[in-house]
Design a protein around this ligand. Structure first.
Ligand SMILES: NC(=O)c1ccc[n+]([C@@H]2O[C@H](COP(=O)([O-])OP(=O)(O)OC[C@H]3O[C@@H](n4cnc5c(N)ncnc54)[C@H](O)[C@@H]3O)[C@@H](O)[C@H]2O)c1
Length: 292
């Protein structure tokens, strides 16, 4: 019976997240699941072994012991091959997995006969919203990008007029206005930056403008009346752009580069590598002290 849920310590350097918290363990217990963590799994996220013990969680002394004991292993990052080695036909793994980009990893897991549930493949429908880990992480990433940029930028976000002189507001360009991009736009505008945003999906123009940013329109005719459109596919996701559209887009960015202080790129196409949109010549055209 699969009734023990276990979270190993994330082995990726710098990863401080953990897939199970003392709180979530309490909720799992109400559903009839016991839980276990690898010792130290929550430390980087601020949860000591004792905090887990107080929530009724068992603490395994090693990764090996954890994987051997749990029926369902929950993780944040896709498993390393050394972790896949612990899988077997009677185990289930739930983590980010990106099966489209990680076919080798998928084959390894398949050879083990294990069940794998990829959190990145949860459908983006209303009913599944509470399981939408992609959105919750994208929201944090967009917020954090602006905070990091501000920390590396030598000026204020907001413009200032004082007796000592005038400082113009920072100009921020956000490329891609999905969950991460909209979060970044929200923070940048609330800090007072003059914010611009670009997306291949024309339907986001209204959202961008309602947040106080300016939508960067592209003059691109594609037989449907022009405008963005090209990369827009069904279901709210983008498809890869045509070479012609890409060229238009890059030309627009080249035109903007000299006046933009901070660029935040969040453009993604599901199941593929992110498009490269801010190229070396655009970086070179930016003012010294600008942040990408
Ligand atoms: N549960 C739900 O109903 C739910 C949850 C999350 C998101 N959504 C919707 O799904 C859509 C996608 O959101 P996401 O954040 O997951 O998207 P994403 O992370 O896949 O992509 C980020 C953004 O990059 C854009 N992009 C792709 N190629 C680009 C290019 N060449 N130039 C500029 N921008 C480019 C996409 O259009 C998208 O807006 C949004 O409309 C969002 O509101 C729905």
């Amino acid at each position: 019976m699969s009734n023990k849920v276990g979270a190993p310590r994330e082995i990726n350097t710098g990863e401080s997240r953990v897939a199970l918290t003392p709180d979530s363990a309490v909720q799992l217990a109400k559903l009839g699941y016991s839980s276990i963590i690898e010792t130290g799994a929550g430390v980087a996220a601020g949860f000591s072994d004792d905090a887990y013990r107080a929530a009724g969680v068992e603490v395994a002394p090693s990764a090996e012991a954890l994987w051997a004991s749990a029926d369902v292993v929950v993780k944040v990052r896709p498993p390393e091959p050394s972790e896949v080695a612990y899988l077997s036909a009677d185990k289930t793994l739930i983590s980010f997995f990106y099966p489209g980009q990680n076919t080798e990893l998928l084959e390894l897991a398949k050879a083990k006969g294990a069940n794998v549930i990829a959190m990145d493949m949860v459908p983006r429908i209303s009913r599944a919203q509470k399981m939408d880990a992609l959105s919750s992480m994208a929201n944090i990433a967009g917020y954090r990008a602006v905070i990091e940029a501000g920390n590396n930028f030598g000026r204020f976000f907001t413009g200032q007029v004082t007796a000592a002189g005038k400082v113009p507001p920072a100009k921020v360009l956000v490329i891609g206005a999905g969950v991460a991009g909209l979060a970044a736009i929200g923070v940048a505008t609330s800090l007072g930056a003059q914010t611009y945003a670009f997306d291949v999906r024309p339907e986001v123009a209204e959202q961008i403008e309602s947040m106080g940013a300016e939508f960067v329109y592209l003059d691109f005719a594609n037989g449907e009346g022009g405008g963005q459109q090209d990369g827009a596919a069904t279901g709210g996701y983008a498809a890869p752009s045509s070479p012609e559209f890409r060229e238009k887009q890059l030309a627009k960015f080249r035109e903007l580069a000299p006046q933009i202080d901070i660029v935040i790129t969040t453009a993604l196409i599901p199941g593929r590598d992110a498009p490269k949109l801010w190229l070396a010549d655009m970086v070179a055209a930016m003012k010294p002290g600008s942040v990408v």
